[in-house]
Write a protein that binds this ligand. Structure first.
Ligand code: HSE
Length: 400
């Protein structure tokens, strides 16, 4: 029997317990040993909960128990998750996590510590919720040189954008729904301002590069400035708006960003709605492959954590290879990236706009007092200069 401890009995942690209990037969068969949840660590008590007798408050009970072979870290945040994870790995206990914040901040160090102590640090649930994406990158696409990754990486914002477009719903109401469904982060700003997607594209990019892309170096914009009027313009262009994380390698340097993009309605990413996420991976032999599924929520995310528990159980005393060095990748400056831009500005600036930007195509969505137009492709630097001179209401990049 393999003894397991769960750190954090919140949305994902309670999901982990539920998945292990409900799918006991399948999971034990695949793990080749019976898994038993011995402890659940949380600050709170859970009177009446079927697992209340397993709830403890002191991490030392877990770390000092020689029977514990696997820990599920579903606490989130850096403190005390980082210290707990390090202590566990140093004792040779494998850690399976959904904590993208911790993976993005300290992933390569924790992978190294795990390796030095013949155990594993596994993080399938850190990106794409229930979608298998870390394991495909590590195990399946091993014949590929991966040169670009693009994805809808945040369920909460995709849920909000989908409802705004389809139901003309207000941002605040939809955010509340996403929170009630357990999709959002404790601090929803991490979702809305793109920080969560930023950490996820940094993790995926690091696995692509086999070196570290620091999330702090990824240019990030969220969706808080997207309005229902933007969707009116998008409809006129036969496009929709999606928050994308994009990353690609160009001559040994990496370019990555998170921002809302106007994408054609026919683009496969345009079909990804609600809490669903999708990740496009481009390899030099395979070409494109796409991974799709529920990007957030209790049971999908817990399922991914438990898939790691099964992997860890199959590899007790063995190292699962993961190529992610602590060395940092060289980044390309975002200022050099080229896009077409959809711009909104005051109607009185119509003539100036045509003079400032070449090959402008006007988009008429009947929004009073303003004009909308799409520019020719140009660098971020050039666009920012022109937009500052003109004085614009907003801009959204286009992706074809
Ligand atoms: N808040 C995250 C999301 C949870 O909405 O995608 C899954 O990482």
């Amino acid at each position: 029997m393999i003894q397991v401890a769960v750190l954090g009995y919140g949305t994902v942690g309670s999901g982990v317990v539920e998945v292990i209990e409900k799918n006991k037969e399948e999971i034990n068969k695949r793990a080749a040993e019976e898994l038993n949840i011995k402890y659940i660590l949380d600050l709170r008590d859970f009177p009446g909960d079927p697992y209340e007798d397993k709830v403890i408050h002191d991490f030392n009970t877990i770390i000092e128990d020689p029977d514990i072979k696997i820990i599920c870290e579903t606490m989130g945040g850096l403190k005390p998750a980082y210290e707990f994870t390090k202590q566990a790995l140093l004792k040779g206990i494998s850690v399976c996590t959904s904590n993208k914040e911790l993976v993005a901040a300290h992933g390569p160090e924790l992978i190294r510590i795990a390796k030095e102590n013949t155990c594993n640090y596994l993080f399938e649930a850190s990106v794409g919720g229930g979608i298998p994406i870390i394991r495909p990158l590590n195990y399946s696409l091993t014949a590929e040189k991966i040169d670009s990754i693009m994805g809808i990486l945040n369920g909460t914002t995709n849920y909000i954008l989908t409802k705004m477009e389809r139901e003309n719903a207000s941002f605040e109401d939809v955010l509340k729904e996403a929170q009630d469904k357990g999709y959002a982060e404790r601090n929803p700003e991490a979702d809305i301002e793109g920080h969560d997607a930023c950490r996820k594209i940094a993790i995926l990019s690091s696995l692509m590069a086999e070196k570290t892309m620091r999330y702090e170096n990824v240019y990030t914009e969220g969706i808080s400035k997207i309005t229902l009027d933007d969707f009116k313009y998008a409809a006129k262009m036969e496009r929709t708006i999606k928050l994308l994380g994009i990353s690609r390698e160009e001559n040994g340097k990496y370019f990555a960003m998170v921002a809302p993009f106007l994408i054609p309605k026919t683009h496969p990413m345009a079909m990804v709605n609600g809490v669903f996420n999708a990740i496009f991976v481009h390899g030099n032999m395979l070409d494109d492959s796409m991974y799709y599924g529920r990007g957030a929520g209790k049971l999908p995310t817990a399922s991914a954590v438990v898939s790691d528990v099964v992997d860890a159980a199959r590899h007790v005393g063995k190292i699962i290879k993961c190529f992610w060095d602590e060395e940092e990748v060289a980044m390309k400056d975002i200022k050099t990236a080229e896009f077409k831009y959809f711009v909104r500005c005051d109607g009185s600036l119509h003539e100036e706009a045509l003079g400032f930007f070449e090959q402008v195509s006007i988009v008429d969505a009947n929004v009073s007092g303003e004009i909308g137009f799409v520019t020719a492709p140009m660098s971020e630097e050039e666009f920012e200069k022109k937009a500052a001179k003109l004085g614009i209401i907003s801009r959204i990049r286009l992706m074809d």
